[in-house]
Design a binder for this molecule. Structure first.
Ligand code: GLN
Length: 254
């Protein structure tokens, strides 16, 4: 067993060194937490955003803590079900590794959507939260109380070239994104099509970081340093402004 661990550690180190040598430094390496939830939709949105910005990316699918390395430029925590994610993380310690990566690299951007926002605001008892904002799960009600609504956003996002969906590479399963909202038509406005699926709510009086999205009077997106947390699902729309923000920030911090 000990040999196996040593062998695996050596292999991981080799892989990192090889990456350092082989990959162009301008490439943005995005760590995507594959625990559960809207992972493929995020991957697709990231690919679309990278085309729009003309930035090369590598999407590193993270399933185990040992895959989280210091060469990742940014992280995405998808939406889904945070309890399922915490459970799925137990055997391979992915969340623990992601949290220590975030502590070690506070200037590298992180995007957490819905359940991902919950994991940032409430990472667990032994971990200092990554957002100065409290959050309550399922606070809009039950699954059937899910809704779509226009959200007002104030985050500065880089503009991008328009692309046709056919130009975005599908994954090996040819997963298609859900046809939700036509976000692209809102691109030049401060409006964003918000998809709220059994969404959490920020405890409004507890917010001590920058609001970046609101639904009427209610704050539904915050930025704390380089951590962006949204209680809705931009990855389920054709509007890639938040994904462009992430890649652009990652590119700048390289
Ligand atoms: N209700 C989920 C949770 O508590 C979050 C919902 C979502 O990510 N769409 O984890």
């Amino acid at each position: 067993m000990e040999h196996l661990v040593q062998w695996y550690t050596r292999l991981t180190l080799c892989r990192r060194t090889l990456r350092e040598v082989l990959l162009p430094s301008s490439m943005v390496r995005v760590g995507l937490a594959m625990l559960q939830g809207a992972r493929d939709e995020h991957a697709e949105a990231l690919r679309a955003a990278s085309i729009q910005l003309n930035i090369d990316i590598e999407i590193v699918e993270l399933r185990s803590g040992v895959e989280v390395d210091s060469l990742l430029d940014c992280i995405v925590l998808p939406g889904g079900e945070s309890t399922a994610m915490r459970k799925a993380s137990q055997s391979e310690s992915l969340l623990t590794a992601l949290y220590s990566w975030m502590e070690q690299h506070p200037h590298r951007p992180v995007l957490g959507t819905c359940a991902g926002a919950i994991l940032l605001a409430n990472p667990g008892e032994l971990q200092t939260p990554f957002l100065r904002a409290g959050i309550s799960r399922n606070a809009w009600g039950r699954q059937r109380d899910s809704f779509e609504a226009e959200v007002e956003i104030s985050l500065k996002t880089p503009s991008g070239e328009s692309i046709s969906p056919q130009n975005v590479k599908r994954d090996k399963f040819n997963h298609q994104p859900l046809p939700v909202g036509d976000g692209a038509s809102l691109e030049n406005t401060t409006s964003f099509h918000g998809v709220f699926i059994r969404a959490p709510r920020f405890d409004q009086s507890s917010i001590e970081c920058t609001p970046v999205a609101s639904l009427g009077e209610e704050i539904v997106g915050v930025l704390d340093g380089h951590r962006l947390a949204l209680t809705f699902h931009p990855e389920l729309t054709g509007d890639y402004r938040f994904h462009r923000w992430l890649l652009n920030q990652a590119n700048l911090s390289q």
